[in-house]
Design a protein around this ligand. Structure first.
Ligand code: DX5
Ligand code: ZN
Length: 238
């Protein structure tokens, strides 16, 4: 269900991060996550410049698209030059592409990237790191389908969440209204997920909390992180 981020049948959506998957068995883990109830597959892309780590490229997105034609692929570009690689990730079959506000310097840059992403038929996300003031994303939030709030300094999974994440989520949700997705990424656990969804988060990325456990536990972990579901949530104004 590739449009699930835009027209969610239920909220919150659960988007396990493949950063925490077995990189030698990505398809196997991705299928297992979807079978376990995941709504979205979160694909972290790192260039070794914006973050001190390097991993998936467009070819991995394309391979997952071929293997999982109906999966919703949520691609998180933690890269210095998103504009340079955007077409490659869009052509690879991304359903949503998020770019970081920290690399969108200059008037209209973020809006221009959002337009390119949406013109290609995908949904557009704008991401901000824990240390970035919320004001940085507000002027352009209206042209994005999702705001991606980092709970950790990007680059690696398995970190502890920044203690201000829930309050930041509450502030962003109040500013963007109910029709835009608000995703949290980094440091999510079964223990802190409820506080985040109650603060207005409606897409939850979790890597280590799910993929760090045996596959047999994934369905229970996904449901525990999902918590109380609000059925039939159709966004207004999207
Ligand atoms: C950070 C990555 C992580 C990953 C999820 O660059 O974006 O946040 O998706 O990490 P954990 O394992 O903390 O859920
Ligand atoms: Zn991510």
């Amino acid at each position: 269900m590739r449009t699930v981020l835009i027209d969610p049948p239920r909220l919150p959506l659960i988007a396990p991060s493949l950063l925490a998957a077995d990189s030698a068995n990505l398809e196997r883990d991705a299928r297992g996550l979807l079978d376990a109830g995941a709504d979205v597959l979160h694909i972290d892309v790192m260039d070794g410049h914006f973050v001190p780590n390097i991993n998936f490229g467009p070819a991995v997105v394309a391979a997952l698209r071929r293997a999982l034609p109906d999966a919703c692929l949520d691609v998180h570009l933690m890269i210095e030059e998103p504009g340079r690689y955007l077409d490659a990730f869009l052509e690879a079959g991304s359903d949503l592409v998020s770019v970081h506000v920290e690399v969108c310097e200059g008037e209209g840059v973020a809006r221009g990237l959002a337009r390119r992403i949406r013109d290609a038929g995908a949904a557009a996300g704008l991401a901000l790191n824990p240390g970035t003031p919320i004001e940085a994303i507000l002027p352009d939030a209206e042209v994005f389908d999702m705001i991606l709030l980092m709970g950790v300094q990007p680059g690696f999974g398995g970190q502890s969440i920044d203690p201000h994440t829930a309050s930041r989520a509450r502030t962003i949700r109040a500013a963007i209204g109910s029709g835009v997705r608000l995703e949290v990424d980094g440091g999510v656990t079964v223990q802190n997920a409820t506080a985040l969804t109650e603060a207005g988060i409606d897409v939850v990325v979790a890597g280590t909390a799910i993929l760090g456990r045996p596959e047999g536990e994934w369905p229970g972990l996904i449901e525990a992180i999902r918590g109380d579901v609000v059925e039939g949530q159709c966004p207004d104004g999207l």
